[in-house]
Design a binder for this molecule. Structure first.
Ligand code: ADP
Length: 299
């Protein structure tokens, strides 16, 4: 039902008292290795909710790639679209200081070798999906190929969900295919290409003016906002004790994409996604924090 096209990274995390200056060495905590990357996160989040989910991604022929494949399979994701080789698996080197601030170096590795040809070769997976969800941790030309492939599907019933993260200005043909474009405030600012004027409703209208069929603005603890030609609707936040917001956006997007594929209207799908995002912030980590449908219902 759901196809996620995106990145898969190994997150290598070390706690430090303070970050090293140039030429300096500091000692840190034991290394923690977590499966991550927005594509891999979204696929696991959807599968954990019970969605039939496939992942189109590229990892290296190495231990990190095997970790990512294992974590996807453990969650029940169809990994037949995960390509192996061409470069080392993408890695995020993360140091965390005692105040919880992160410094991150990303090596995109195999993620940047997921080519438009790879997308074209996955035509069968695309055709058999009701919703395709993607992000920008893979080459933009591959995202554009996904947008064209979805647009050109004969029956026209597959929709594209795009979370443009990390954000950059988007070509018209990509924007026009989004239904919805999902952004937080920072992403909205980059996509609009200037200062955001007024209230989130105004940002959403500015984004709609760029061509997507619908827009969702996520507002963290303030919930979200849904906008389309039919107007704008606020999605209230679910009150929870936030422990760690890592992965909340990925959980939200995955849940929204799945519910849209189940035929739910956008505002209802967003309300469900807000519950999933809220559940994800009550636990530490990214993939470890994603809830099951039962846990969402109990919230
Ligand atoms: P991103 O991680 O992409 O910046 P947000 O922080 O806006 O995305 O989170 C995505 C969604 O998760 C929000 O729209 C909201 O529904 C939910 N969420 C995030 N943080 C909280 C929070 N502290 N309390 C309740 N819900 C939250």
């Amino acid at each position: 039902d759901l196809l996620v096209v995106g990145s898969a990274n190994a997150d290598l995390v070390i706690g430090v008292e303070r970050r090293p200056a140039a030429g300096e060495t500091v000692l840190g905590s034991d290394l923690a290795v977590h499966p991550g990357g927005k594509g891999a996160n979204q696929a696991v989040a959807a599968a954990r909710l019970g969605a039939r989910t496939a992942l189109l991604a590229r990892v290296g022929d190495d231990a990190h790639g095997r970790l990512l494949l294992d974590s996807q399979r453990d969650a029940g994701v169809d990994t037949s679209g995960v390509l192996v080789g061409g470069a080392p698996t993408g890695v995020a080197l993360i140091t965390v200081d005692p105040s919880g601030d992160n410094s991150i170096v990303v090596s995109p590795g195999a993620n940047f070798r997921l080519t438009p040809e790879d997308v074209r070769a996955a035509a069968g997976l695309l055709r058999s999906s009701r919703v395709v969800s993607t992000q920008l941790e893979i080459p933009l030309e591959s995202v554009a190929e996904v947008a064209r492939a979805v647009r050109d599907l004969p029956d026209g019933t597959t929709r594209l969900v795009l979370n443009p993260s990390p954000p950059r200005p988007l070509p018209e043909e990509v924007l026009a295919a989004c239904d919805p474009l999902i952004v937080n405030e920072h992403e909205a600012r980059v996509i609009v290409g200037g200062d955001l004027q007024g209230a989130p409703e105004d940002w959403a209208r500015a984004l709609l003016g760029l061509g997507p069929r619908s827009v969702v603005v996520t507002l963290g603890a303030e919930g979200a906002l849904v906008a389309s030609a039919a107007g704008t609707v606020r999605v209230p936040a679910v009150k929870v004790d936030a422990v760690d917001t890592t992965g909340a956006g990925d959980a939200f997007t995955a849940a929204l994409a799945w519910r849209l594929g189940q035929g739910e209207p956008l505002a209802e799908a967003a309300a469900y996604a807000a519950r999933v995002g809220a559940a994800a912030v009550t636990r530490a980590g990214a993939q470890e924090s994603f809830p099951t449908a039962e846990e969402v219902a109990a919230l």
